[in-house]
Design a protein around this ligand. Structure first.
Ligand SMILES: [Ca+2]
Ligand SMILES: [Ca+2]
Ligand SMILES: [Ca+2]
Length: 278
């Protein structure tokens, strides 16, 4: 018979194996995306067959061609999105016709913007700063659902005078009419005293975040929480490694994340890509 301690060890090991198996059964072994360079590629966003991402702190796009099995040569998104300031963290909503992102300002640090696709011009329209979601300190990542009624944002600041859990946190807002409500801190266990940097919500409502939490494989890792009130779980290897894994975006076909100076990468931040395992 097992002693009590042995049973506990067996249960913990089984849980660890199960967690690793979940990640591996969903997605294959990650490899650097084909258009990575020695510069920065990070902050992916998938809409349909198009990958939006940040290349050297401008927003770029590339489209998957199923016939050739290749991603098109990356291009800056058309229209007045990219400037001499940094643009980061694209999120596509509104059936592909709305672009959210953050832009740096020397006084208010990063702030959130929204742009609508101009069909006649074939480019993005002049972006408008989202005052309700922007503070005088650093906003960072924004995720908005397709009908633009729910937003999760990360900020180093706070909204409406509410206390943050610590450093950067994830906050949630809802929109009715043209206005976003004052964001509410989603609190522990998702937010910690450290920084929660990025936020992605999948089609089943799971939150994917990155940070340096207690049970890291090494440095920054990617975590998944079943909801915004559930405890984040490390997604494990082969997605996480001893290097820095950061932002995630995926759908039923493509799984992207970014990693910094990861072994086997091209240099600096790279986008990594997992082919579906199924
Ligand atoms: Ca700001
Ligand atoms: Ca925090
Ligand atoms: Ca890591």
């Amino acid at each position: 018979m097992f002693k009590k301690g042995s049973i506990a060890v067996v249960v913990i090991l089984s849980m660890a194996v199960l967690q690793a198996a979940v990640a591996e059964s969903e997605w294959g072994k990650p490899k650097p995306w084909e258009h990575c360079t020695a510069g920065v590629e990070r902050m992916p966003c998938i809409f349909g067959s198009t990958l939006y991402y940040v290349k050297d702190y401008d927003i770029y796009m590339s489209t998957w061609d199923g016939a050739s099995g290749k991603w098109s040569e990356p291009q800056p998104v058309p229209g007045p999105i990219n400037t001499g300031a940094n643009e980061i963290n694209p999120c596509i909503a509104g059936g592909g016709k709305v672009l959210y992102f953050a832009r740096y300002d020397p006084i208010t640090d990063y702030d959130f913007y929204r742009s609508e696709w101009n069909e006649a011009k074939g480019e993005w329209g002049e972006p408008i700063k989202i005052e309700e979601l922007s503070t005088d300190t650093q906003e960072w990542d924004i995720w908005v659902n397709d009908d633009e009624t729910i937003a999760y944002v990360t900020t180093k600041g706070s909204y409406g005078g509410a206390a943050s859990v610590g450093e950067r946190d994830i906050w949630k807002s809802t929109r009715s009419g043209d206005k976003w409500a004052t964001p509410v801190n989603i609190g522990a266990p998702v937010n910690t005293a450290g920084s929660e940097w990025s936020i992605f919500v999948d089609s089943t409502g799971r939150l994917f975040i990155d940070g340096k939490r207690d049970d890291t494989v090494g440095a920054y890792d990617i975590y998944v929480a079943e909801s915004d009130t559930a405890s984040p779980v490390n997604v494990g290897e082969p997605i996480n490694s001893e290097f820095d894994e950061r932002e995630v975006a995926f759908d039923e076909r493509f799984f992207f994340f970014s990693a910094s100076n990861r072994e086997g990468g091209v240099g600096a931040y790279d986008l990594w890509y997992c082919p579906p395992a199924r």
